[in-house]
Structure formats: structure tokens, C-alpha cells
Design a binder for this molecule. Structure first.
Ligand code: F6P
Length: 488
């Protein structure tokens, strides 16, 4: 209802690199996969509620089997409520725009994980060209002159201006799903001015936290000639007004009936599958296999905990679900090798008989499978070295309708700004991680319930519809203000 009020019948177009559904041909027929992406988790819920068109890079190989007569795919499969329009990229485009500029350049530039960004002119050229291709797709898909265009993430920093030039009356809401660094760090990007100019084609520019909003304002102030109104949090550039705001992203709160298996059933089944005793203690981590997620530090904390509390050896297992990600890049291959060798070292050191302290499941898991682990575990560990929000933290909380379980959460996530009842740690401080893990495992039921209850209330109230609703509301106000100003 919130979204429908704000949209008042407007046409909605979403642009993201990652698509919400990947159709893949298998010997059994066409299989539908959901990618591991916080962005997709959040935006998909919004699109289900308000319909429209989602433009994304096609990643599967079964498009021909699923498109309609207009080249679009009705989704979600089975009960379609919006359409997916795929943009197909050549190998060179994908390499330069996605792997190169976005993931070897912008990703390490914006995350403080001490990985050096790589900027190549050839990647930049592809990034510009692909942003243009997606802007063309937006214009081609738009049925009205003033659609609401929701632009997602660092893959499309140039697209807002490109769309603005061709659809001047569009409402363009750009959301940056990753952190924004301080102005000095951002300044090393050779195309910093072009990126900022591109983003300022937006009506609304959203970040997860006030700190990242602040960093962006400072960056613009340092590298572009603009008029900044601090109080209103607006930037005026080339006659266009952009509102810059923080909008913490969230998840859709699950319906009560969405949980199919009870917590005791999940606990028992997962332990059985892993060959563990019914009272064996379990920790869970769920991430893409990415160097920003603090997976090495997390395993070191597990190791230190076993060292300090030897009674936990043989009694505790940490399950890490790690979805393969960007694996053609050297940095990701090296990272995976380091993760595997650390797991092996810890398992050799503390394992015996059939007992393994760390179980690494380095493959994609669908949400339902992940949910069973959330419900089966005593502790969930989110130890990102830097993260825009981190929706795993919020998903774990949503999964625990039994009000049990403890969340260990890195202070360098956007989620830590909201989830004060988690056990907040500095992931670089291994002893702190180890102590928090132990404390989570030993936490009395009443304390678990008290912490869970307060976090569950927060995530339920500040859900993803609020996130989108607030942006749409601010956009409507800004359009109104521009209309008034143009008459003066
Ligand atoms: O949230 C940040 C983000 O990079 C999204 O843009 C993306 O969909 C997700 O993480 C997963 O990464 P990728 O799409 O590169 O697999």
C-alpha cells in the first residue's frame, strides 16, 4: 500500500547488472536460479509489489525458451507480476565493464579492504559503452515521458545523466549499494569527475548510511563546481537538483506461513545431514566468496575460540556457505585458495575422526536451503571488513521466529548502525571475534530472546518497502519543489 500511494500509477523501470532470475538449460529442462545478491533480494521484493520492467544483464542460456513475443520474460516464474528485459553483452563488454572497471576498479575503490583498485582505459571505454547500451534500453522500454527509473549500484554511475538527457522529465532514483569512500580515496579514480557528473543526473541519490552520504557530498565538493545546500542535502549541478540521502536497505519481512519447517525440525535435519549429534553446537556464515566479507578473519576467530575453550573441540562446528563469485578474476582466485588452505589447516589442527571444526560449502545455495541453516544454528557470524549494509544479518534475524540464536556482527557494516542488540565486533581483532562467538554460543536463552526480539521488531518495521517508499516520497517532494521553482 505504501508503494502504491507513493507511485500513484507511475511507470517503474529498474536497471541493475544482476538479474533477479537466471534461466539455465539442463538435461531436465530449463532451471531457474536466484543469484546470491543482497541487491536482488531487496529490489525483487519491491518489484513484486509494484510491477513494471526490470532491465538487467542476461547471465543464463535459456532466454529463447522463456521470452514472450516482445522479447521480455514475465517473472517471477509461475506468478508473474513484472517483466524482465535482458541486455546481452559481448565477452569484451562483460570483461571491460563488469570484471574490469566495476569489479577490479570501483569495488576495491569503495571498500576499505586494502586491495588496490586497477583502472585501465580500455575497461573505462567498455564501462561508458555499456552504460550507454543500458540507457538505450531504458529509453526503448519507457512507455511514458516521465517514468520512475530505479538505477542500482556502481555498475551504472554514468547512466543517470545519459537517461536524463533523453528523458528530461524522468524521476531517476539511484541507489549505491556499496560504501562510498572519503574524498581523498575516491580521488585516485582517473575518471572521478565523469562518475560524479553521471550520478548527478539523478533526482535522488541514496546511500545506506549517513557516513557514506557525507563522504559523497565531500567528494562532490572537492572535485566539481556545484552548489551544495547542506540543510536540504541537495546538490545543484548544471541546472539540475539532486537530493542526497541515506536510506538503509532491508528485506521483505517473511509471512508467518513462509517458514515451512519448524526450528526443531531444521536443527535435527541439518545435524543429521552433517553427521553430528543432536546437541552439537553450530555456527553459520553465508557470503559470496569475496575478500570484503572477512571470511579469513572469521575462521581465525573460530580457531582462536577452539584454542581458548578446548571443551568446544568436537562440540562445535562452523558451516560456511560461500557462493562462488567473480571467479575469473585473479584477486578472487587467490582469495579462494587462501580460504581453502586456512580451512584445511584449522581442520587438520582441531579435527579428528569424522569431526571437522569448519565445513566449507563453496557452492551456490537457494534461499530456502540457506534459511534452514539460519534456523538450525546457535550463532550467525557476519564479519565483513567493509559492507554497505549486509542483508545476511537481517535475513538471519527474520528466520528466527523462535527468538533464539545470536548474531555476531562487524562494526564495519551498515547493519551495525541499526542492529545494536547484535554482538558487535571489529573483525580485524581476532580475539574479540573469538570471544563474541563463544559468548553467542553460551548466551542464556532469556538474553537471546531479548536481543532477538528487539532486532526482529526493527527489521520488521524498517523493511524493504519502507526503504523504497521513503525514496519515492522524497522524489515526489523534490519534483514538486522543482515545479514551483520553475514558475518563479
Ligand atoms: O550489493 C553489491 C553487489 O555488487 C551487487 O551489485 C551485486 O548484485 C551483488 O553485490 C553480488 O555481486 P555480483 O552481482 O557481482 O555477483
Amino acid at each position: 500500500a505504501l508503494l502504491h500511494n507513493e507511485l500513484a500509477g507511475d511507470e517503474v523501470l529498474v536497471v541493475s547488472n544482476r538479474e533477479p532470475y537466471i534461466h539455465v538449460k539442463t538435461p531436465e529442462g530449463v532451471e531457474v536460479r536466484r543469484p546470491a545478491s543482497g541487491l536482488v533480494t531487496a529490489v525483487e521484493a519491491v518489484m513484486r509489489a509494484c510491477s513494471g520492467t526490470w532491465i538487467a544483464h542476461g547471465a543464463g542460456n535459456a532466454d529463447r525458451d522463456v521470452v514472450d513475443a516482445h522479447g521480455r520474460v514475465p517473472v517471477p516464474p509461475g506468478h508473474s507480476s513484472y517483466t524482465l528485459r535482458r541486455v546481452w553483452l559481448s565477452k569484451e563488454e562483460e570483461q571491460g565493464y563488469y570484471y574490469g572497471f566495476a569489479n577490479e576498479g570501483m569495488w576495491p575503490l569503495c571498500h576499505i579492504a586494502h586491495v588496490r583498485p586497477i583502472f585501465r582505459s580500455s575497461d573505462w571505454e567498455q564501462y561508458v559503452a555499456v552504460n550507454r547500451r543500458f540507457a538505450d534500453a531504458v529509453v526503448a522500454e519507457a512507455r511514458t515521458e516521465d517514468p520512475v527509473v530505479l538505477v542500482q549500484d556502481y555498475h551504472f554511475a554514468l547512466l543517470p545523466r545519459m537517461v536524463r538527457e533523453r528523458l528530461p522529465r524522468a524521476t531517476i532514483i539511484t541507489f549505491w549499494h556499496i560504501p562510498w569512500p572519503n574524498s581523498e580515496s575516491f580521488g585516485i579514480c582517473p575518471w572521478r569527475a565523469e562518475i560524479l557528473e553521471g550520478m548527478l543526473g539523478s533526482t535522488i541519490l541514496g546511500f545506506h548510511t549517513p557516513l557514506h552520504r557525507r563522504n559523497f557530498m565531500d567528494t562532490v565538493d572537492r572535485y566539481l563546481e556545484t552548489r551544495i545546500e547542506e540543510e536540504a542535502s541537495t546538490i545543484s549541478y548544471g541546472g539540475k537538483l539532486t537530493q542526497v540521502q541515506s536510506y538503509p536497505i532491508s528485506i521483505a519481512w517473511p509471512e508467518a506461513e513462509a517458514q515451512t519447517d519448524s526450528v526443531p525440525a531444521c536443527r535435527a535435519a541439518i545435524r543429521r545431514e552433517l553427521g553430528l549429534a543432536p546437541d552439537h553446537l553450530l555456527g553459520i556464515g553465508v557470503d559470496r566468496l569475496d575478500y570484503t566479507k572477512g571470511i579469513l578473519e572469521r575462521f581465525q576467530a573460530v580457531e582462536r575460540m577452539l584454542e581458548r575453550y578446548p571443551e568446544m573441540v568436537g562440540r562445535f562446528t562452523f558451516v560456511q556457505i560461500a557462493a562462488p563469485s567473480r571467479s575469473s578474476l585473479d584477486e578472487y582466485q587467490n582469495f579462494e585458495a587462501r580460504v581453502r588452505s586456512l580451512v584445511q589447516r584449522i581442520n587438520v589442527r582441531f579435527g579428528s575422526g569424522g569431526y571437522l571444526p569448519i565445513v566449507l560449502k563453496a557452492e551456490h545455495h537457494e534461499h530456502e536451503a540457506v534459511n534452514r541453516y539460519y534456523r538450525a544454528a546457535e550463532v550467525c557470524m557476519v564479519t565483513s571488513l567493509h559492507d554497505g549494509m549486509n542483508l545476511v544479518a537481517k535475513e538471519f534475524i527474520a528466520a528466527r521466529d523462535d527468538e533464539r540464536g545470536a548474531l555476531v556482527l562487524s562494526q564495519f557494516t551498515g547493519a551495525a548502525m541499526e542492529l545494536h542488540a547484535a554482538l558487535i565486533i571489529n573483525p580485524y581483532h581476532i580475539e574479540q571475534g573469538a570471544e563474541a562467538l563463544y559468548r553467542g554460543l553460551m548466551m542464556p536463552a532469556a538474553e537471546q530472546a531479548e536481543r532477538m526480539r528487539s532486532m526482529r521488531m526493527l527489521v520488521r518495521d524498517f523493511n524493504v518497502y519502507r526503504w523504497a517508499g521513503r525514496m519515492l516520497h522524497d522524489a515526489a517532494r523534490l519534483r514538486q519543489r522543482e515545479r514551483v521553482m520553475s514558475k518563479i
